[in-house]
Design a protein around this ligand. Structure first.
Ligand code: AFP
Length: 315
């Protein structure tokens, strides 16, 4: 089977860009090992600190961030790191060409209950500055730490999947992921219904109505509470993921972070033939105003995303 190193060497991209992806992959191999041993090592629970988003940091959030920093510091191609766990951007190699934005451990509220979590990353041209739209991404990927550890990535072309073997080597297991256009599976935190806008309420009500509703088909709902797990399912078998702006998150601009959650996932979904929007705007065209900015997210199978866009167009 083709290894990640062999596949990267064969890609028509700058070696520094490929090396930046390889550094994130190497960090994820170490994070995967730490996650497997965490309950034994007692590396679970909170550290009693909050990050810039006001969220309580888990031990493993910080450990994962340290691992990412360590691997990127060894890479001369990387000049700057933006991380969910760091209040400010971290300067790395002055002469480096690339900026990496990352959520070192997404879904960490699921850690202590052994549910799939992930690492999400995005690579951009550092010279263009910290605040670039998602369409400027040169590469994006995530690692899903689940029953298997999968690395999913794209340089804007095919979306490929690697699986970590028992020796700590990523092997190519899927060469071109395509998100099915149609789907009957949606993912949203329905406990937030009372805060939803009319468009979200209308779309979900149609799904709940099933065959008798406007979509004319029976829908199923899945919500893991780990964006990586929910998006991986959608990349593999279709579906739609929604974390809309609601009356409780409106002051913050949404729940999910633009640079290192929404943009990399939107880049992968679009590269795999799906769609990604805020409801009103193509997600990859949103111009960031701050590195930890939040944004509404609707992404997945194009037919379903278009149904949501149609609801927003009615407003
Ligand atoms: P944590 O990293 O704090 O667990 O948040 C996970 C997340 O950012 C994303 O992975 C999930 O899709 C979303 O939040 C879960 O949100 P709810 O807590 O509303 O289910």
């Amino acid at each position: 089977m083709t290894t990640l190193a062999e596949w990267l060497a064969a890609q028509p991209v700058d070696t520094g860009l490929a090396a930046s992806v390889a550094s994130m992959a190497a960090a994820s191999v170490e994070i995967a090992a730490v996650l497997r041993a965490a309950p034994i090592q007692g590396q679970v629970g909170l550290v009693g600190r909050v990050n810039v988003q006001g969220e309580e940091q888990k031990q493993l959030d910080l450990i994962s961030n340290d691992i990412v920093v360590k691997h990127l510091e060894q890479n001369e191609a990387v000049s700057i790191l933006v991380s969910e766990e760091l209040d400010e951007p971290l300067q790395m190699q002055i002469q480096g060409r690339y900026m990496v934005a990352t959520d070192p451990l997404d879904g960490s509220s699921n850690l202590d209950v052994n549910v799939t979590v992930g690492t999400i990353f995005s690579v951009l041209e550092a010279a263009q500055g910290l605040l670039q739209p998602g369409s400027a991404q040169l590469a994006a990927g995530y690692v899903a730490y689940g029953p298997a550890t999968n690395l999913v990535l794209s340089f804007g072309g095919p979306v490929v999947v690697f699986t970590l073997d028992s020796k700590g080597v990523y092997l190519l297991t899927d060469t071109e992921v395509q998100v099915p256009q149609a789907s009957a599976e949606y993912a949203i935190n329905t406990a937030r219904e009372r805060f939803w806008d009319a468009a979200t309420r209308g779309y979900v009500a149609e799904n709940v109505a099933g065959e008798t509703g406007a979509s004319g088909k029976r829908h199923n709902m899945r919500w893991v509470g780990s964006m990586v797990a929910d998006v991986h399912r959608i990349l593999m078998r279709g579906g739609i993921f929604l974390y809309p702006l609601d009356s409780e998150t409106v002051s913050k601009g949404g729940r999910l972070r633009l640079l290192y959650e929404a943009n990399p996932m939107a880049f992968l979904i679009e590269a795999a033939g799906g769609k990604a929007t805020t409801g009103r705007q193509r997600l990859l065209e949103v111009m960031p105003a701050a590195i930890h900015q939040r944004v509404p997210v609707v992404l997945g199978s194009s037919e379903e995303v278009e149904r949501v866009e149609a609801w927003y167009a009615k407003e």
